[in-house]
Design a protein around this ligand. Structure first.
Ligand SMILES: [Zn+2]
Length: 284
């Protein structure tokens, strides 16, 4: 009886801890977003006054955000928290998906599913681009060429005057070679100084499989580990992420339903900044 009471008490304390972190996040979210935008503006030489209201903030700063993914459903499975939080702020959000996900010859259907999913997440169809190139096929064993992907991504960034890019990190979240190839392309562009001065790149933290399937209960760990950018979904926002994921009908095998329920990426996103080459610095 005592053990049961102790476990229940610990569980209630843990739930209270989650609630406290969520409330704290909501208080810090506008300034966190402000910091991200201000670092872009500083690079461009624009000084911004601190802004408390997140809606006013996005209007004044013209946030233009690009998510770069590899397959239809990546936007839901991995980036839903960030996409939902940014579209709620009225940021202009674009999605560039580098393949149609044709591994099982379902490319045409998956393209349609991606547009439906994006509509739920808040990205209109005219801001969604799906690349269908025979050299960029969905295949976990194929290493996409940087010489092919980097110019495609760079063209998108310059065409739409993007000032924030969000994508995978070197672990690709799931270790998929196509995800990792995108990170390599963007880190290459950043390293050689090819990105516009006011554009910064954030990469999504790859976490261990144990943390990955702790669902929202993983939140305190993410909160304690330093990150450049942090997004947490509330209950109604999570419903939106789930609804978007359900539009990927071709992918809804039983384990995807488990993923929707248990994956921490459906609730929390943490990003770190990809180091940028300073164009005006000379090395001898
Ligand atoms: Zn993928």
């Amino acid at each position: 009886m005592f053990v049961l009471l102790s476990v229940t008490l610990c569980f209630i304390c843990y739930l209270l801890c989650l609630k406290l972190i969520y409330n704290r996040f909501n208080r810090l979210w506008p300034s966190s977003w402000n910091n991200i935008l201000r670092s872009s503006s500083r690079a461009k030489g624009v000084n911004l006054l601190p802004i408390r209201d997140p809606i006013a903030l996005t209007c004044e700063n013209d946030a233009r955000v690009l998510f770069v993914t590899a397959h239809p459903d990546d936007e839901c499975m991995f980036f839903a928290p960030a996409i939902i939080k940014l579209t709620e702020l009225n940021a202009t959000v674009y999605l560039l998906c580098l393949s149609s996900g044709n591994y099982y010859n379902q490319g045409a259907q998956r393209k349609e599913e991606l547009f439906s999913s994006c509509a739920v997440l808040g990205i209109p169809a005219h801001r969604v681009t799906i690349i269908d190139n025979k050299e960029l096929q969905d295949d976990p064993k194929t290493e996409w060429s940087i010489s092919l992907t980097a110019p495609l991504i760079l063209k998108h960034i310059t065409t739409y005057s993007i000032n924030l890019v969000l994508t995978f990190d070197e672990g690709g979240v799931s270790g998929h070679a196509n995800h990792i190839a995108i990170y390599k392309s963007l880190s290459h562009l950043a390293f050689v100084g090819r990105l516009p001065e006011d554009c910064q790149v954030l990469s999504l933290h790859t976490i261990s499989i144990l943390r990955k399937y702790l669902s929202i209960f993983e939140l305190p760990i993410s909160w304690l580990i330093p990150s450049s950018f942090f997004c947490i979904l509330g209950p109604n926002e999570y419903k939106k992420a789930k609804e978007a994921m359900l539009h990927h009908r071709s992918q809804l095998l039983w384990f995807r339903h488990v993923y929707i329920l248990l994956s921490r990426y459906m609730y929390v996103n943490t990003f770190r900044a990809v180091p940028m080459e300073k164009k005006k610095v000379r090395f001898y």
